[in-house]
Design a protein around this ligand. Structure first.
Ligand code: HEM
Length: 395
């Protein structure tokens, strides 16, 4: 039997996710077990929750299009010419990504390590004497913005403006957002002009000189990538650092273990990405009428591969609801998979590792203040906390 979206009359599981973004996991489990391809009337999209199905969707950009998933939104004002990498399909995606890869190299990222270390120490210096900090606003939120600003070559004196724009761009305030995008474009257009005259050792200069057989990125493409970096690389890393500390706090033995064995930190970070996936779900449009499970999905309908659910699939991860920093192998798909696999994954891993390493080595008895209620980010796409007050003793 084939069911279409309109005929699908299953219980409203996704309504629970809207009500309680803190804990979507029991609903994901029910979907995986009973309704692995589930039409959500709340989100107007098909939720795909099993690991193998999510892999299938994000590995096949021809059938599951990123580009069309945005075009389908009536509110989208994105122009085709400035469409960011994330919302393109092949062949355009291939061309853009290989140009960007020439500039966004592993060496560029690895070279940032000393500066990231400095930035983390200077933020911790400001709170060290207080014995208390809000991990999100005092460290996890500013760190990725400063790193992206430095990567792009924004001078120190302009970084406050940059922070202001990026805060607005990732917030829901629509009117202000438009204004911030205009101001940021004007600013980066000026930086692009300057770097064209005098190249420097920064990402914008590298983006300007990247080419494939004489084809270069246009200014509009460079500006669009700068904006994408802010959106894709800011809140995601903030939430990863917050989610890590929240999860470690729930498992105090993990903090002790990591303090004794800092070499376990990279594995612990991967497990946080699996267990509390910062980007819970993606968005694709199906391009041809297709049978998925027992459902017939029509061309143009929106499919939402739920990474946060796939990462808890018990057929892929044993004891999948348990946080285990020794998990091996850990084939989570928190950074996506296939052609859109996160271009900033090594940067996210690096800044999170440095931040946690320094926090755990400088501060002892790091604990969440228990009577302050947690405020989770109110979103079904993003998983994180808006603030995380913690106490500590300086070692
Ligand atoms: C793509 C997750 C950090 C830049 C993606 C995708 C995921 C993801 C799931 C795939 C999207 C899709 O298939 O539709 C994350 C997580 C991060 C993180 C969980 C942190 C914990 C960053 C950082 C940057 C970045 C730090 C850059 C500074 C990008 C870009 C893409 C992307 C440009 C688009 C790649 C493409 O379309 O080819 N990210 N990301 N991300 N990410 Fe990240």
């Amino acid at each position: 039997m084939s069911l279409t979206a309109a005929q699908s009359s299953e219980p409203s599981l996704t309504a629970h996710i809207l009500k309680d973004p803190r804990n979507p996991f029991p609903w994901y489990r029910e979907m995986r077990e009973r309704y692995p391809v589930y039409y959500s009337h709340e989100f107007h999209s098909w939720f795909i929750t099993r690991y193998s199905d999510v892999q299938r969707v994000i590995s096949d950009p021809q059938l599951f299009s990123s580009e069309q998933s945005i075009r389908a939104r009536p509110t989208s004002r994105i122009q085709t010419t400035t469409r960011p990498l994330l919302w393109t399909d092949p062949p355009r995606h291939r061309q853009l990504r290989s140009l960007i890869n020439q500039a966004f190299t592993p060496r560029t990222i690895a070279n940032l390590a000393p500066r990231i270390t400095e930035i983390v120490h200077s933020h911790l210096d400001q709170v060290a004497l207080q014995g208390q900090m809000d991990v999100v606003s005092d460290l996890a939120n500013p760190l990725p913005i400063i790193v992206i600003a430095e990567l792009l070559g924004v001078p120190i004196q302009d970084q406050q403006r940059f922070k202001h724009w990026s805060d607005i761009i990732v917030s829901p305030a629509r009117q202000q957002k438009k204004q911030a995008v205009i101001e940021m474009n004007t600013y980066f257009q000026m930086v692009v002009e300057q770097r064209r005259q005098h190249a420097q050792d920064d990402l914008i200069s590298a983006l300007l000189s990247a080419h494939i057989e004489g084809t270069y990125l246009t200014d509009a493409e460079i500006l669009s990538f700068c904006r994408l970096l802010l959106v894709a690389g800011h809140e995601t890393s903030t939430n990863l650092i917050g989610n890590a500390l929240l999860t470690f706090d729930e498992h105090p033995e993990v903090i002790e273990e990591l303090q004794a064995r800092p070499d376990l930190l990279p594995g612990a970070i991967e497990e946080v990405i699996r267990y509390r996936t910062p980007i819970q779900r993606l968005r694709r449009a199906i391009t041809v009428d297709t049978q998925l499970g027992e459902h017939r999905i029509k061309a143009g309908e929106i499919v939402s591969p739920v990474l946060g659910a796939a990462n808890r699939d018990e057929t892929q991860f044993s004891a999948s609801e348990t946080f285990n920093i020794h998990r091996s192998p850990n084939r989570h798909i928190g950074f996506g998979h296939g052609i859109h696999f996160c271009i900033g994954s090594s940067l996210a891993r690096l800044e999170t590792k440095i931040a946690l390493d320094i926090l755990l080595s400088r501060f002892a008895s790091l604990r969440r203040i228990p009577d302050v209620p947690l405020q989770h980010v109110a979103s079904s796409f993003v998983y994180g906390v808006n603030s995380l007050p913690m106490t500590f003793r300086e070692r």
